[in-house]
Write a protein of this length. Sequence first.
Length: 138
Amino acid sequence: MNLNDLMTRIHNDWEDTEVLPVINRVLRSLNNRKEYLEGTPINLRELCTNGGLNNNENELMLKATNYLVHPSIHVLNLRYELYANGLYELTADEVYEAQQMGVLCHPVTGREIPYFENEVKISFVLSNDFINAEGAIN
């Protein structure tokens, strides 16, 4: 991934929309903190609020987030985390299977967690492509 090419694509995809400044803000914040954020769950709302995003921009933030996790952009990866007597990372397949069965089995104890939706949170982590990207965000 080349950051200059990424910024050009983003500009072309979102030119003349209210989403463009939000994506730019998110990318600058992520890029400036890459070394601190690598492998760490990211609270995008907090990151953007600290960067000047206001609460009226929720829909724009949702669009920006969906765009940044899209495989063709791949700035962020989704991460599913189970908070039950510790923190456990889950795969999308495990969450999907639990939704189909109506119950999640704890990855260590095997104990059934019937209302797992309350215990599983979605977070985001930087993709390796973004971490290792060349170029700069101006």
